[in-house]
Design a protein around this ligand. Sequence first.
Ligand SMILES: Nc1ncnc2c1ncn2[C@@H]1O[C@H](COP(=O)(O)OP(=O)(O)O)[C@@H](O)[C@H]1O
Ligand SMILES: Cc1ncc(COP(=O)(O)O)c(N)n1
Length: 274
Amino acid sequence: MIALTIAGSDSGGGAGIQADIKTFQELEVFGTTAITALTAQNTLGVYDVLDVTPAFLKQQLDAVLADFNVKAIKTGMLFSAELIEVVAKIVGKYKNIPLVVDPVMIAKGGESLLQEQAVEALRTKLLPLTLICTPNIPEAEVLTGMTIHNEKDIEQAARKILGMGVQYVVMKGGHLDGEFSTDTVYWTDGYFTMKTPRVDTKDTHGTGCTFSAAITAQLAKGLSIEDAIIEAKKFIHLAISNPLSIGHGHGHGPTNHFAYKRTLGNCEVIVYES
Ligand SMILES: Nc1ncnc2c1ncn2[C@@H]1O[C@H](COP(=O)(O)OP(=O)(O)O)[C@@H](O)[C@H]1O
Ligand SMILES: Cc1ncc(COP(=O)(O)O)c(N)n1
């Protein structure tokens, strides 16, 4: 099975393209890539960003899609409106390949990974092509212009994002408080909720990338949309709850991409169906 990630490189290895390939590998999916930008980054922050030209991103996408039988595609850091336009134009020609969009905007350290002017291109060009979009709460606020305080707001924001052309929205609850880290999956006429215990840690660098890469890998392997998302929730919970404790310890350390296989995917996800 082959998957493609269109994302930024994280020199620190915990997020971005590196997190995606490690996750694909762990799930026995062959990873191909189209890199949008290089970041000079570690557990303490992003020090610099160097984006590729739209023409070079197109070359990478054309090279991969012309040769490989790609079964699922994900996007991560897309950085600019120009790069989003290239992705939408090319991915739009492959409507049969499921597209997972992680609308990456801000790194855990607060640095911007998406230019402000690019949000509109994300909304209008890419979201209409998207099977599954995985915003965290701050990203959902930017996409919808809403302020999210409670479950009712989460549902309203999700419904707004569905209105932008997305088929399934996974509203991630990593940024909320509480005993559980709860994500809710919405589609036009239903939703379900997934809960795993919240791990008390600041080593959450790359959680969103890893989660969306795991969904993409499971789709590439042929799982249903619901099963792919639930299996990915196990993957990310195990990755967060088996810490690697690397880096200097003052910042956000990476999650453990080896944990899923080592624990045989052994993790309970509480699922409430609507
Ligand atoms: N401390 C935590 N304990 C358990 N699960 C978490 C924790 N933080 C995040 N998650 C889970 O990790 C996934 C990514 O969520 P989140 O951290 O909100 O994304 P992002 O990296 O985009 O900010 C979600 O499934 C979320 O519930
Ligand atoms: C290149 C790159 N892409 C994405 C993220 C976001 O990481 P997270 O998954 O923690 O939101 C990042 N820090 N760097």
